[in-house]
Design a binder for this molecule. Structure first.
Ligand SMILES: *Cc1c(COP(=O)(O)O)cnc(C)c1O
Length: 397
């Protein structure tokens, strides 16, 4: 009911709205992806890498002091403990194995903050495939450490100087590259966005998160189903993975947390489910922040991973049907939650993840309720932003 249909849609959202020139690439993927990823040999290779290279299963940690604070039984799914520090590696490992089976020798990716670029460069080094990462020139300057990491692992980082020199322009450049290299190149998209089959493919690679949660809850609580699953949403891949095996379990409340930025009504926000209308972005029909005449609005969030003007088509469908509840959290609320988790549990979360944490007080959960929060990544990468924020916002550090 909430999965993709055979035409690539989730309700009224999804599809593949792509230029004619890209059709052969996307069609090859569409025809082959399921057969390849469901094949036992593929699954075995993927499981081996997830265990020995990524470090899975990630722990499901009962956060006692946080639970006390919110008067509910809170578990943290520790995706922050994955190799490279977030959930993104689950997807890049899957897509690199797929690319190899498709006979591809060259990998391209786009990246904004650089996290997806690093996860892609990592699996390219792992498998010896050529890696080209397109990144807006401004982003390469803002995110120097990630550029250096990618280069250290052998990737070519191409600074994109067209347009606003950020993510949108990097994406255009990656698409242009793919059109020119249809035979030997695979394009690794970093979230549950883009034309069909990408949203479904990426959700399947991330679904290991909820598969593990079910097993781990059975061991810890004697039941597989939590009462709430909470995750932050940029494009929506960590949430899609955390929700996947609970979509058809109506007793499980799914909570998706977006970035409100300075506030939903301030004009500086990324709360797509509130501000978005149906439109087309990156080859997919979904909810999209846009002006009256359909121009994409610049999103804003303190978190680089959440300032995306759209949301994956499955999330648009979950919002539309009411299957998931959407909550918008401001910069200030997220940063307060970041400091709270650091002090209560000794875990410094990513700023993206801190948005999910800030929603804990709004769930309406009681002491008997089991809440699983997907801790999508660690905060090391955000240290500069965190320090600057607290220096300018209060005296308590
Ligand atoms: C990239 C990122 C996100 C946002 O991406 P989704 O596809 O929505 O999961 C969230 N958390 C962290 C730590 C990230 O690096």
């Amino acid at each position: 009911m909430y999965g993709v249909n055979e035409r690539g849609y989730y309700g009224q959202f999804g599809g593949a709205f792509i230029p004619e020139m890209l059709y052969p690439n996307v069609e090859e993927l569409r025809q082959k992806y399921l057969q390849i990823i469901l094949e036992p040999g593929f699954k075995a290779e993927m499981e081996d890498l997830l265990r020995d290279y990524v470090g899975r299963p990630t722990p499901l940690y009962h956060a006692k002091r946080l639970s006390e604070r919110y008067n509910a039984k809170i578990y943290l799914k520790r995706e922050d403990l994955n190799h490279t520090g977030a959930h993104k590696i689950n997807n890049t490992v899957g897509q690199i194995l797929l690319a190899k089976r498709l006979g591809k020798t060259r990998i391209i990716a786009e990246t904004g903050a650089g996290q997806h670029g690093v996860a892609t460069a990592t699996v390219c080094a792992l498998t010896g495939l050529e890696c080209i990462v397109y990144m807006g020139k401004i982003d390469t300057e803002r995110q120097r450490p990630n550029v250096e990491k990618m280069r250290l692992m052998g990737a070519t980082v191409v600074p994109v100087t067209s347009g606003s020199q950020t993510l949108k322009d990097a994406t255009n450049e990656a698409i242009r590259d793919w059109i020119n290299n249809p035979v030997d190149t695979h394009y690794i998209i970093g979230s549950v966005v883009g034309p069909h089959p990408y949203p479904d493919m990426v959700a399947r690679f991330q679904s290991v998160i909820s598969e593990e949660i079910r097993k781990q809850l059975q061991e810890k609580e004697g039941r597989e189903l939590p009462d709430y699953v909470v995750a932050c949403v940029g494009g929506g891949s960590n949430a899609a993975g955390a929700f996947y095996h609970f979509l058809d379990e109506p007793s499980v409340q799914l909570v998706a947390v977006e970035a409100a930025g300075l506030g939903v009504d301030t004009g500086h926000s990324a709360a797509t489910s509130v501000l978005g209308k149906t439109g087309i972005i990156h080859g997919s029909k979904t909810l999209l922040m846009q002006t009256e005449d359909g121009q994409i609005t610049e999103p804003y969030s303190i978190s680089a991973g959440l300032d995306y003007p759209g949301v994956g088509p499955q999330h648009a469908h979950l919002a539309d049907t009411g299957r998931a509840r959407f909550i918008a959290i401001t910069d200030n609320e997220a940063m307060e939650a970041l400091r709270e988790l650091s002090r209560l549990e000794g875990i410094i979360p990513a700023i993206e993840t801190s948005h999910a944490l800030a929603a804990l007080g709004q769930l309406g959960a009681g002491p008997e309720d089991v809440v699983v929060l997907n801790l999508s990544g660690r905060g090391d990468k955000d240290l500069n932003t965190i320090l600057t924020y607290f220096e300018t916002h209060d005296v308590q550090k």
